[in-house]
Design a protein around this ligand. Structure first.
Ligand code: GDP
Length: 296
């Protein structure tokens, strides 16, 4: 379960604080030391933790707060607000174009869960009454094309493929032409991944972006890789420009460092989270619910 360790530690800290009644500045400082340690242990980015603690302290160590009847409650509320703000305040949605088809490009490193997420996203949009077309543009991994075709069959949704050796830019371009003639209002492009970020990958993604001008470029990253996921997101955002992040494998991430750092480090909101291997296991990311999960 995500935030397991963090939730336990913060809840213990705040239980102590609540037991105190009236609070002094030292009490708040002591609690913030514990919050800081807990966040670092949850693998939250160092700079993010520093800024977070500074903000909470500034708000908490004011006379108005410490003089209230339930100061601990107020401090907890401030932590809750700031945790929510850290993750992006409000839920971020997919940008649906007024002129169909809406083109969604998925990018990410190999193994992050990109192809699975393409299927999950198609399933989610289909449930909302859309008619998505899945596009197999991962030409380097023939298994990925097959994998997408299997997902398409399961979902009863079309999958656009082209013969081996076709350039991914051509595939993406042709897919959009196809979508227009078959009344598919959403196009989900599953691009190729690599084991590591390299120039060749970025050039290919930039070429697709330039040609098809996607309405949404979403990066799929594996939450279990913690700060690596955040670094990957930062790199992709700088090079390619992202509209959002989909954080996968949150079901296996006990710490939650990536979920808490991605927005603060990159400025890109997390739009969805993957909570398992099944097609139904994609959830919209709600910063406020995540914060409540941490504070109990
Ligand atoms: P790609 O190389 O990025 O296209 O990755 P795949 O879509 O092939 O996924 C790699 C592995 O991660 C597969 O075994 C998926 O079932 C698994 N996977 C993807 N998303 C999730 C998730 O949210 N939770 C869990 N537990 N596994 C996932």
């Amino acid at each position: 379960m995500i935030f397991e360790g963090l939730a336990d530690r913060l809840q213990a800290t705040f239980k102590k604080l609540r037991g105190r009644g009236k609070l002094t500045e030292d009490d708040v400082n002591e609690a913030m030391r514990e919050v800081r340690m807990a966040l670092l242990e949850a693998d939250v980015n160092f700079k993010v933790v520093k800024d977070f603690i500074k903000k909470v302290k500034e708000r908490a160590i004011g006379q108005e707060v410490l003089d209230t009847l339930t100061p601990a409650q107020v401090v907890i509320k401030i932590v809750n607000d700031e945790l929510t703000a850290l993750m992006g305040d409000t839920q971020s949605r997919i940008n649906i174009s007024s002129k169909p088809p809406t083109v969604i490009m998925l990018a990410g490193l190999q193994g992050a869960g990109k192809t699975t997420t393409a299927g999950k996203l198609a399933y989610t949009l289909k449930k909302q009454g859309k008619r998505p077309l899945l596009v197999a543009a991962d030409v380097y991994r023939p298994a990925a094309i097959k994998q997408l075709q299997v997902l398409g069959e399961q979902l009863d949704l079309p999958v656009f493929t082209m013969p081996e050796g076709t350039n991914p830019v051509t595939i993406a371009e042709q897919a959009i032409v196809h979508a227009a003639s078959y009344a598919n209002d959403i196009v989900i492009i599953d691009t190729a991944g690599r084991l590591h970020i390299n120039e060749e990958l970025m050039q290919e993604l930039k070429a697709i972006k330039q040609t098809v001008k996607p309405h949404e470029i979403l990066l799929v990253v594996d939450a279990m890789t913690g700060q690596d996921a955040v670094n990957v997101a930062e790199h992709f955002n700088n090079d390619l420009g992202l509209d959002g992040v989909i954080l996968t494998k949150l079901d296996g991430d006990a710490r939650g460092g990536a979920a808490l750092s991605v927005k603060a480090v990159t400025g890109c909101p997390i739009k969805f989270v993957g909570m398992g291997e099944k097609l139904e296991a994609l959830e919209a990311f709600h910063p406020d619910r995540m914060a409540s999960r941490i504070l109990g």
